[in-house]
Write a protein that binds this ligand. Structure first.
Ligand SMILES: [Zn+2]
Length: 252
């Protein structure tokens, strides 16, 4: 963990050790934060993390991707359920920033689809990414994507995580998070499942698989080898910035 970033995160937590996560306030915060970040910015930070190991910045792509088309709605739950049926947020929730900060730096985050984490992560991303390069190191990215495409048809997620060992430094838990981020961002193709790239999949519509019991998030839990890479998603996140004409095919 980068010591400076950790200190910043902890200071942030000290000012927030209170009951802040009322769902509507968190949603409003996400709306403001995402408007200050571009797809290219989180994409570049993700690629930079492949070499630098700055996992906190890698996390931003996952959170931003889930937030990209998140409807700015009001809390909506069914009787007896404290969880919002749209985004999964809780009307009242204790946000422990120390835990979120630890997860962000240790693994690149583990709750990219949880509104409280998205708000925390995007705020930290804006604060910490100012000094990072916006250049995209295509060689490292291309190696990563080529490895994803090279796994055998029907391969399981555990096999993909293993295949990435020679491409992505770190441990298996960190590579597992990276794979989940590829799913949130729609970079890997997942047949017959809408994720978050072209439309937002509500919590109530994120189907469980019949085969995994080990907490892979949606939509990556539905991935199998051989489905390829989404070229439009790659252009959106890693292509030229929109001002120079990139991101054809997926508009924001
Ligand atoms: Zn909600």
């Amino acid at each position: 963990m980068d010591a400076t970033n950790a200190a910043r995160g902890l200071r942030l937590c000290d000012t927030r050790r209170r009951n802040v996560s009322r769902a509507d306030a968190v949603l409003d915060q996400i709306g403001l934060l995402r408007s200050r970040i571009s797809p290219h910015r989180v994409g570049a930070a993700f690629v930079e993390s492949l070499a630098s190991g700055r996992l906190g910045l890698r996390s931003g792509l996952g959170s931003y991707a889930v937030a990209l088309r998140l409807p700015l709605h009001r809390f909506s739950s069914t009787s007896g359920d404290r969880r919002c049926q749209v985004c999964g947020g809780y009307d009242t929730e204790n946000l422990d920033c120390n835990v979120l900060n630890f997860e962000r730096h240790k693994w690149g985050g583990v709750r990219h689809d949880k509104p409280a984490y998205i708000a925390f992560d995007l705020e930290r991303f804006i604060a910490e990414s100012a000094e990072t390069s916006t250049d995209c190191d295509r060689e490292k990215l291309d190696r990563l994507l080529a490895t994803v495409e090279s796994v055998q048809v029907g391969a399981k997620l555990s096999e993909l995580v293993r295949a990435l060992k020679s491409v992505v430094p770190g441990n298996d838990a960190q590579r597992r998070t990276l794979v989940a981020i590829l799913g949130y961002a729609g970079i890997v193709q997942i047949a017959d499942r809408s994720g978050f790239l072209r439309s937002f999949t509500r919590v109530a519509d994120r189907e469980e698989t019949p085969w995994y019991k080990d907490d892979w998030p949606y939509p990556i839990r539905w991935w199998r080898g051989g489905q390829g890479i989404d070229a439009e998603a790659v252009r959106l996140w890693f292509g030229e910035p929109p001002s120079t004409g990139g991101a054809a095919g997926v508009s924001i």
